[in-house]
Design a protein around this ligand. Structure first.
Ligand code: ADP
Ligand code: MG
Length: 263
């Protein structure tokens, strides 16, 4: 389990925040992580302080069929294949590609870094996704082994989840047999808020087998850190969100190891 997608067709639920901050927490445990920003909104890139034009982004990597010239290393151990906000047309352009569902998969399979295949050089490859189930997301699901769903502890959090689960099953059946639902993370959790509590309980009832015990609390430090182009851990190491991501990274690693021993 090396390539993981962070997916939820809803916007603003914490996909990018979980993807970037879990990646950063894993680097502090000594792992090398590549974040692929495949969202034209480029929030993972700007949240890591990287702003590039189309010609230096994943867009060009796809055209040239190589990743190395485009990979940045914004923090120690943390690598990024950036997106760019001028990629708004990408979803439509992909339609004209041969093997249009496999564009990202082919890029990852062929990609090298320092003369090694990227799947060997990096311990984990995390893919941040746009808020839709369009062709970009299909590409991400086709390229991934596991899916992590961030779930915001808010009204209607569970709505749409069955469509997402069905989409994942559909891709598994048709395009990518190794795909599995790896985990579900509760985000923006506020223990003093009854609704937050209820959503968490409901999610735990329905997704007991897959939900992470660690919940990511709500804190203004998250958007502050993003505006400075930093993961929360680099902005305020003792903040409870930073501590939660450290805990989540340990739980994540336990689960990875469990899978390895299972099969
Ligand atoms: P998505 O990628 O699903 O659209 P983001 O990760 O960009 O979601 O988060 C949406 C918004 O919520 C952002 O403005 C982000 O700063 C904020 N946010 C995310 N996680 C938290 C959190 N734990 N506490 C407070 N704000 C958060
Ligand atoms: Mg996002």
């Amino acid at each position: 389990m090396k390539v993981l997608a962070f997916i939820n067709q809803k916007g603003g639920v914490g996909k990018t925040t979980v993807c970037v901050n879990l990646a950063r927490a894993l680097t502090l445990e000594g792992f090398k992580v590549l974040v692929i920003d495949f969202d034209p909104q480029a929030n993972a890139s700007s949240g890591l302080g990287v702003r590039v034009k189309k010609q230096q982004s994943i867009y060009q990597a796809i055209i040239e069929e190589k990743v190395e010239p485009f990979i940045k290393q914004p923090f120690s151990g943390l690598y990024l294949l950036p997106s760019s906000i001028d990629l708004v047309g990408l979803e439509i352009e992909l339609v004209d590609y041969p093997q249009r569902e496999y564009v990202l998969r082919n890029l990852i399979e062929k990609g090298t870094y320092l003369q090694q295949p990227i799947k060997e050089f990096f311990d984990f490859i995390f893919i941040d996704s746009p808020p839709s189930l369009g062709l970009i997301t299909v590409n991400i699901l086709t390229a991934s082994q596991g899916v992590v769903i961030p779930l915001q502890c808010e009204y209607y959090a569970l709505e749409g989840l069955s469509l997402l689960v069905r989409t994942i099953k559909g891709i598994k059946k048709s395009l990518n047999p190794e795909l599995m639902l790896f985990g579900l993370v509760l985000t923006m959790y506020d223990g003093r808020n009854r609704l937050s509590h209820e959503v968490a309980e409901e999610a735990e009832k329905h997704f007991k087998w897959i939900i992470f015990k660690t919940r990511i609390p709500r804190s203004v430090k998250v958007s502050e850190a993003q505006s400075f182009g930093k993961p929360v851990i680099d902005y305020d190491r003792q903040n409870r969100v930073s501590l939660a991501f450290k805990e989540l990274s340990l739980e994540f690693l336990d689960r990875i190891r469990e899978r390895q021993t299972l099969g």
